[in-house]
Design a protein around this ligand. Structure first.
Ligand code: HEM
Length: 397
């Protein structure tokens, strides 16, 4: 059993410490939100967007959000709008596009690790953050040198400690956090708008140019749709992968025997990555809203209620996984929900898996003595919706 008791994950994620919610679906008194903890129940809800809507979440959000703020945001759409926009992006992440990126990802990983001096490194700063940011920025057609800008904006976005979907959270606190986020996102979206305008004039071989020229039902995307669409790709395209890389290194550090087995047989890395996604699920809570009263997991959730789908808890459901609190890099099959399920299943899953495999392989090659620095505890993302390391100090000797 992995000793996770010392890991400072946000308090809502008690299952990371092996503490299990006792019902698959329950009304969470602390947050005033219905929460789905069970694997089967989570999969059922994610497969039924008619009842568990993503778009309806904004109607129930405790604070008004301008309509433009979510236009074009795939995550917030229901069918049929969702399918139309999603079709635009799937081409950009086809198996071939992603597979062709492997040499570039390997080169980048080496370049980033070449900069390490001495026998210490902080993994997030050195590799886990820049690698996925550079890859997604290059795909979109944004200058990778701007990555420090993205980082500043995204840090504020995910520094929130209040659950935005909670109905019991102090309204003034939430408003203050959302105002800080809007302030952070404003310049990010302005930046994306400038690039989109430039590509309208001068298209190139990149995803922004493809989106600028794409049509849905004979119509081009509006500026707001385009900018939000690119914003989601840029944000979703890196922060989660950053956590995946850090979490995998942390889990392998806790299990030197499993790490050494992988070092000897790299073919096992993809299976280890899947287990990392199960054991420490980066994007651990999804939001949905009921459009009708629905029976699930032995309870009835009324209509028009906010529902949290806890992928992190579902991935530790003992009804689905034997020894769910054990990190087993050889677990197979591993039907985890780390990339979601159904129509919103992660567009970037093949890319995230590839980045994870290449980076872990190269880390094992280059640093035979890599271990967590005993003088620095890992820190975790403070957001209650995320499970992942924020900083991970390592020693190479
Ligand atoms: C380890 C890394 C990643 C994890 C754990 C992850 C997780 C997820 C999850 C759980 C969803 C489902 C959301 C929902 O049901 O509401 C999702 C959707 C999405 N992800 Fe990822 N993701 C990762 C990497 C990426 C990357 C690299 C990209 C883009 C390059 C990306 C782009 C997206 C997009 C655009 C969606 C929305 C899809 C839709 O609504 O149809 N993700 N991701």
């Amino acid at each position: 059993m992995t000793d996770t008791t010392g890991w400072d994950v946000p308090p809502q994620q008690s299952w990371v410490r092996g503490e299990r919610p006792d019902a698959p679906v329950a009304f969470d008194e602390a947050d005033g939100v219905w929460t789905i903890y069970g694997h089967e129940e989570a999969a059922t809800a994610l497969a039924d967007p008619k009842t568990f809507s993503s778009a309806h979440v904004n109607d129930l959000f405790p604070i008004d959000v301008p309509a433009d703020a979510n236009a074009g945001n795939l995550l917030d759409l229901d069918p049929p709008d969702h399918r139309k926009l999603r079709n635009l992006v799937t081409k950009g992440f086809s198996a071939k596009v992603v597979a062709d990126l492997e040499p570039r990802i390997a080169r980048l990983t080496h370049e980033l690790l070449d900069a390490v001096e001495g026998d210490r490194l902080e993994l997030v700063e050195t590799l886990a953050h820049p690698l996925p940011v550079i890859v997604i920025a290059e795909l979109l057609g944004l200058p990778p040198a701007d990555r420090e800008l993205f980082r500043g904006w995204v840090d504020v976005l995910f520094s929130q400690q209040n659950n935005p979907f909670s109905t019991t959270v102090d309204r003034a606190d939430l408003e203050a956090e959302l105002a800080a986020r809007a302030e952070a996102v404003g310049p990010l979206f302005e930046y994306l708008r400038e690039h989109a305008v430039a590509r309208r004039r001068d298209p190139r071989e990149d995803l922004i140019s493809a989106l600028v020229q794409a049509e849905v039902d004979g119509q081009r995307l509006t500026d707001a749709e385009l900018v939000n669409f690119c914003g989601v790709l840029l944000i979703a395209g890196h922060i989660t992968t950053t956590m995946l890389l850090g979490n995998t290194v942390l889990c392998l550090d806790a299990h030197p025997d499993q790490r050494e087995r992988l070092r000897a047989d790299r073919a096992g890395i993809p299976t280890a990555i899947e287990e990392s996604l199960r054991f420490l699920t980066p994007f651990s809570t999804m939001a949905r809203a009921t459009t009708r009263a629905v029976a699930l997991g032995g309870v009835e959730i009324p209509a028009d209620r906010m529902v949290q789908v806890s992928l992190g808890a579902a991935n530790r459901d003992p009804r689905r996984f034997a020894d769910p609190d054990v990190f087993d890099a050889r677990r197979d099959p591993n039907p985890h929900l780390g990339f979601g399920r159904g129509i919103h299943f992660c567009v970037g899953a093949p890319l995230a898996r590839l980045e994870g495999r290449v980076a872990v392989d190269i880390l094992l090659d280059r640093f035979p003595a890599l271990r967590v620095d005993p003088e620095h505890r890992p820190t975790f993302m403070p957001s209650p919706m995320m499970t992942g390391v924020r900083t991970l100090n390592l020693r190479t000797a």
